[in-house]
Design a protein. Structure first.
Lengths: 272, 259
């Protein structure tokens, strides 16, 4: 038994009451972890498959379209399909998938995100699987040691995330111009716009963003502009979970759509 | 109304077990009412803490059907059909029946460095409304300690009590760190001795808070980000060096009056 160092003596290790069982909860607490594992696993499997495909990620002039999958944008490898590449190119062998150069940034942003941390600590690591359900591990050091102490780099992935959002917004705007046909709106442009919007909402609702906008100041009265920013992102922050799931699912659906159109399995209908 | 079976854990530090009490359910009752009726009829020696019966004192915190809840705010008709299980808070040592020794929390409260304002200016201290509103949420805490009870860092790992303040006190630290008149810098203390890094933000504290304080989003994560500012962000560190902006730690401030 050890006493906590303060004038109020506390005996640690005293006998606890109640039965020694993992949980007494009677509700279906396991549903949420099961859903989380299912969706995240499906996303990881799909995105890994898509990242290694190295084809059908760009719908170009042959289809009178300019649509690129978010998994491959910005396309900075020399192995990029003609028309998909950006101005800056890194020399890579032809078999090398351009997605592998860039996916670390959005992946890192989501992996270190406070909301996803909550979800995968619960669902995958069972630490704990649900509230008032026993932790599955005998010892616990949280985020105090390597590798989990690296979660503190989240704000740097946030900065990179903003760059990616700007580039995907540029892709969405570019998609309104259809090579050989002029300007117009297709299902594909709507998909890219919705994808970019959801990614912006996910980034701007991020806890690190809220902190950097104004959360870090001691006095709002002395920083009125930062207070305004903070007041703008705080309601978004309350919806961070919704934006996290919506943007995750939609970014995969966007890749599916571009892939289907690029492979010729689907026609990108022009709306007007 | 139908009878209801209450499975109540009875015992003390030497051991205990569930005892079943079947009582007639009455309309509009909360769990604490039924516990009181059992005390008045079947088990006058049943120990439980209570005071206000209005969800404002936090005394009657217990675990109902496995989840930390206030007995006075849990309506019987909102619980699922079948026996209702009532147990003491798991994280704290048992005294008797539903009463636990929560003095761990008082020891952690003593460790919080107090507000340290600068010397009073000639026209007095002034706080603006936006700064007052910011800390208002944290002052709703009724100290029921259910957030401490549900936090797996100490619920499932007793050894962490030595170096983990817990959600209730992270609220207090956040309130002080966001106070415009405070001159202490508690970030090192929070990281090194209060164990903020042990929190893996699973948000159970927020889920059980009877005052609906957004403990994780508004207190713990902002504190984590402030610790990143102080400890893990090289750009923030460089900025402080260039601007020669240094803050005193809580221990420095404690021995040296504010400038």
């Amino acid at each position: 038994m050890t006493a906590v160092g303060s004038s109020t003596k506390v005996v640690l290790g005293g006998t606890r009451g109640g039965p020694d069982v993992a949980t007494l909860r009677q509700d279906r607490w396991w549903v949420q972890p099961v859903v989380t594992v299912s969706i995240l696993t499906a996303f990881v499997i799909y995105s890994t498959w898509a990242a290694f495909q190295n084809k059908n990620y760009y719908v170009g002039a042959a289809f009178n379209r300019d649509l690129i999958s978010p998994f491959y944008s910005p396309c900075i490898a020399s192995s990029c399909t003609s028309g998909a590449g950006s101005g800056f190119l890194i020399h890579t062998p032809q078999w090398f998938s351009p997605a592998l150069l860039i996916l670390i940034f959005p992946l890192g942003f989501r992996l270190t995100c406070y909301y996803y941390r909550r979800s995968y600590y619960r669902a995958f690591w069972w630490s704990p699987p649900a509230c008032a359900v026993s932790d599955a591990h005998a010892s616990y050091s949280g985020e105090t040691k390597f590798p989990l102490i690296m979660q503190n780099v989240h704000r740097y992935f946030f900065y990179f995330g903003l760059v990616f959002n700007a580039l995907l917004t540029y892709d969405a705007i570019r998609a309104f111009h259809q090579p050989g046909l002029g300007w117009g709106v297709t299902v594909g442009t709507v998909v890219l716009v919705v994808n970019a919007t959801l990614l912006w909402l996910y980034s701007l609702s991020c806890h690190a963003c809220r902190h950097l906008c104004g959360g870090q100041v001691r006095s709002f009265a002395k920083h009125p502009i930062r207070h305004k920013f903070w007041k703008f992102v705080t309601p978004l922050n309350a919806k961070h979970m919704n934006f996290a799931w919506a943007s995750l699912v939609f970014v995969a659906l966007t890749d599916v759509y571009v892939r289907l159109v690029a492979s010729g399995a689907l026609t990108d209908y022009k709306l007007f | 109304m139908a009878d209801v079976t209450m499975r109540i854990w009875r015992g003390d530090a030497t051991g205990g077990d569930f005892e079943n009490y079947t009582v007639a359910q009455q309309e509009g009752e909360v769990v604490l009412d039924v516990i009181h009726r059992i005390q008045a009829t079947d088990a006058p020696d049943l120990a439980c803490r209570w005071n206000c019966k209005a969800g404002k004192c936090g005394s009657c915190a217990a675990e109902i059907n496995g989840k930390p809840r206030l007995m006075c705010m849990t309506r019987m008709d909102q619980l699922p059909e079948g026996p209702v299980t009532v147990t003491p808070m798991k994280t704290f040592p048992i005294i008797r029946d539903l009463v636990t020794d929560v003095s761990f929390n008082f020891a952690m409260a003593e460790k919080v460095p107090a507000l340290l304002p600068p010397p009073m200016p000639a026209d007095g201290y002034r706080m603006f409304q936006e700064d007052v509103e910011r800390g208002q949420e944290f002052r709703k805490c009724i100290e029921c300690f259910m957030c401490q009870d549900v936090c797996h860092v100490i619920r499932d790992h007793e050894e962490n009590k030595q170096h983990y303040a817990g959600p209730r006190f992270f609220i207090r630290y956040a309130e002080l760190e966001m106070h415009p008149l405070d001159t202490n810098d508690r970030r090192d203390l929070i990281r090194e001795e209060m164990g903020l890094g042990y929190c893996n933000i699973t948000k159970c504290c927020t889920e059980v808070c009877p005052e609906h304080i957004k403990i994780t989003d508004n207190a713990i994560i902002p504190l984590k980000e402030r610790v990143v500012d102080a400890q893990y962000d090289p750009i923030a560190w460089l900025g402080r060096k260039i601007r020669r902006k240094t803050k005193r730690t809580a221990s420095e401030a404690a021995v040296q009056p504010a400038p």
